[in-house]
Design a protein around this ligand. Sequence first.
Ligand SMILES: NC(=O)c1ccc[n+]([C@@H]2O[C@H](COP(=O)([O-])OP(=O)(O)OC[C@H]3O[C@@H](n4cnc5c(N)ncnc54)[C@H](OP(=O)(O)O)[C@@H]3O)[C@@H](O)[C@H]2O)c1
Length: 262
Amino acid sequence: MRVGIVGYGNMGGAFAKSLANSVGKENITIYEISEQKRKEAIEDGFAVAKDLYFLAQSSDVVLLAVKPKDVRSVLLELKESLKGKILLSVAAGLELSFYEEVLGKDQKIVRLMPNINLLVGKGTIAVVHNGKLEEEEFDEVLKILSCCGSLYEIPESLFDSFTALAGSGPAFVFQFIDALALAGVKEGFSYEEALRIASDTLAGSAELIRTLGGNPNDWTTKVTSPGGTTIEGLAYLERKGFKGMVMRCVEKTSEKAKRLKG
Ligand SMILES: NC(=O)c1ccc[n+]([C@@H]2O[C@H](COP(=O)([O-])OP(=O)(O)OC[C@H]3O[C@@H](n4cnc5c(N)ncnc54)[C@H](OP(=O)(O)O)[C@@H]3O)[C@@H](O)[C@H]2O)c1
């Protein structure tokens, strides 16, 4: 499958590098308006198209990775050459109906919502399509995207909630890691060492749940001996309403995503 990517910014660049592992660099072409970013794409080993028409001609799938405000003008330019091809888009907040309105209802469209962890090939990515792709085509899209991280096929009505949970989620996790690292500094570690310890603890705990399964509360019980040290910290978190605070944080983020759209 040949992939054309419009925009070589944070997301376009990260997708290109991850997709290179599934389709091969030689099957990826970039189109980018910034001279600097075009140079970066070439230095990273990708072919760069001179215009959008050429990009579409040399691709089976076109991935849009420009800011939402630039999407309409790119689509209008691409419209004719996209016929029969699959359009993927990562633009936040733009629904499938928007693309259908610009490109027509027969256009094959896949909407994606990735997060920043894509930069290390560990993105958490929501996927939905408009029902115009053949089953084998959609399977092929999922296959090439699997190199970018974990994929979640969800209804479009849950995209704003997914954006809050997984799109903004890394920011909340980064703040938690920073808090742990600062706590480590208070205990006498250097910030760098405490940050490594905090990141390893978080990555290891997530890996444990992913690998062995089970409810986080069961695992909490396993590290909490009666009258021991861990329960002291847990009791404090409970008193301060830690879980309720995190739940409200995601709720507020999701509400904002819905408000921006409406
Ligand atoms: N960043 C995230 O964490 C994240 C997460 C989920 C979804 N998204 C979505 O991903 C999309 C891209 O975000 P980003 O953070 O990667 O943005 P970005 O870093 O600004 O990248 C977009 C790139 O596209 C270029 N561009 C603009 N108009 C173009 C055109 N007509 N043709 C070709 N290239 C064009 C921009 O060039 P100039 O800079 O010169 O304008 C820029 O280099 C957005 O729609 C966003 O909603 C981002």
